[in-house]
Design a binder for this molecule. Structure first.
Ligand SMILES: Nc1ncnc2c1ncn2[C@@H]1O[C@H](COP(=O)(O)OP(=O)(O)OP(=O)(O)O)[C@@H](O)[C@H]1O
Ligand SMILES: C[C@H](N)[C@H](N)CCCCCC(=O)O
Ligand SMILES: [Mg+2]
Length: 239
């Protein structure tokens, strides 16, 4: 039986899909049978005649059927559901994740937006992203930017996760500027504040389509990284 991990972040547009793709490629390189699942995708895009994350996973990684619910309005899931009157069955999501865990060693489940996002508005209140994480019993991998403002965003996300008694397994920084003092200090300061060591700092790729593979190739020669990713993914790695 494999394990699913929830990929969340400090907000929308911060790189969850890019990080999910990075992890998918890296784990596959390490012989780990990996799949991606995006339970809620909002924001239909006319230019691609589809949904951005699902389209990315298909065109960049060849991963099909990563979605469960797609909603056209480019909004929070709870509002898109209200606007479209789409029926949502949480059990369908839980069953899909369960089924994928039977078929794969690792399942990367990407959230919609940041961690504190409402998914479904119910009479009794909101079914939040954290409720899905709890119901599906998922450890979390958080994605954070590293530039100015990242300390607040990362710390509030982690504090919210702790308040919800969620397990933050690891953090990955995105669009990291290796020569910038603020970026360097932010990563160190955030690590001190949340006591979770970053798995990797992804650079701001000039051409993400061509540069990520060589970045991963170099990284896999670093034994410290391979040991660390082995720990994060609970030694499901075969090699
Ligand atoms: N490290 C990076 N290098 C280059 N481009 C990046 C990087 N990270 C993100 N991007 C680009 O920034 C945009 C937002 O990234 P991404 O789609 O991964 O965000 P997201 O958090 O998944 O957003 P959403 O909340 O909509 O799912 C995309 O166009 C993506 O290609
Ligand atoms: C449309 C966007 N790209 C994401 N798919 C959904 C973002 C939800 C954000 C909710 C909020 O924090 O206000
Ligand atoms: Mg995304």
């Amino acid at each position: 039986m494999g394990q699913a991990y929830f990929i969340t972040g400090t907000g929308t547009d911060i790189g969850k899909t890019v990080v999910t793709s990075f992890l998918y490629k890296t784990l596959n390189q390490l012989g780990v049978k990996t799949m991606i699942c995006k339970p809620f995708q909002t924001g239909y895009r006319e230019d691609i005649q589809g949904y951005p994350d699902l389209h990315w996973f298909e065109t960049e990684l060849g991963v099909e059927n990563s979605g469960i619910y797609q909603l056209k309005p480019e909004t929070s899931p709870h509002l898109a559901i209200r606007l479209t009157q789409q029926e949502i069955d949480v059990q369908r999501i839980l069953n899909r994740i369960q089924q994928l865990q039977k078929e794969f060693d690792v399942v990367l489940v990407e959230g919609a937006g940041g961690l504190a996002v409402p998914l479904i508005e119910q009479k009794a209140g909101f079914y939040m992203t954290k409720d899905l994480v709890i119901d599906a019993e998922l450890p979390i991998i958080a994605v954070s930017p590293s530039g100015l403002g990242a300390i607040h965003d990362a710390l509030t996300t982690f504090t919210y996760a702790q308040a919800c008694q969620l397990n933050i397994q690891s953090i990955i920084f995105n669009r990291f500027n290796y020569t910038n003092e603020i970026h360097q200090d932010n990563v160190q300061t955030i690590e001190k504040l949340i006591a979770v060591s970053p798995l990797v700092c992804l650079p701001n790729f000039k051409n993400i389509h061509t540069e990520m593979d060589s970045f991963i190739e170099k990284l896999l020669q670093n034994n410290h990284f391979v040991t660390h990713i082995r720990e994060v993914f609970n030694c499901v790695l075969h090699k």
